[in-house]
Ligand binder design. Sequence first.
Ligand code: SAM
Length: 209
Amino acid sequence: MSPAQQRALAALLPRFGLPYAAAPLDLDRVFGRAAPRILEIGCGMGETTAQIALAAPGLDFIGIEVHAPGVGSLLKRIEELALANVRVIQHDAVAVVADMIPPASLAGIHVFFPDPWPKKRHHKRRLLQPAFVRELALRLAPGGYLHVATDWEEYAQQILATLAAEPLLENPADGFAPRPAYRPLTKFEARGLKLGHGVWDVVFRRRPG
Ligand SMILES: C[S@@+](CC[C@H](N)C(=O)[O-])C[C@H]1O[C@@H](n2cnc3c(N)ncnc32)[C@H](O)[C@@H]1O
């Protein structure tokens, strides 16, 4: 971890971090207002999180990340950009979703470039399994969206099939979706696209009612 990330973690986690607790969050209290909320799982170094939050001041964002340097880096961006609409939880996303995110409380969920675990014997470690997708769908308000992007084609196909098999969700697109304008191209992704590598976006909505 860089000294700057370490400093950010120590000084800013108490301000912009939410400690893990086995109790549902009162999100209106956390953000001091009522607004649509987006959960991001695995925000990495937080470039995309910060960019999206900066462009959408009317939305509140909760980023979950386990990797301490990533959390430090996102905290630094929150301070530098004076983002009032982002909070960070440094904990396992599966536990956070189960214990802290109230049912039907989210307008959207972002999962950008989840670890692909390419080896077959590691597929069970992939985040987007049917049971977790069900938990995510239950946290969406009716009409809320679950957006996953990956550059690993076989995982993309698996994600598409897993979301399609969840009865609470529907796919407004025919298969994969075009990249929504709010998701910026990362440097890594732009380089990959030049080399002819693909990126697949999967965007489903929670059924109304
Ligand atoms: C391949 S990186 C992508 C990071 C970022 N979304 C991006 O697009 O650059 C996947 C991230 O997910 C995080 N992650 C994986 N499993 C997680 C979990 N169960 N809870 C929270 N974060 C997790 C990893 O620490 C890593 O930072």
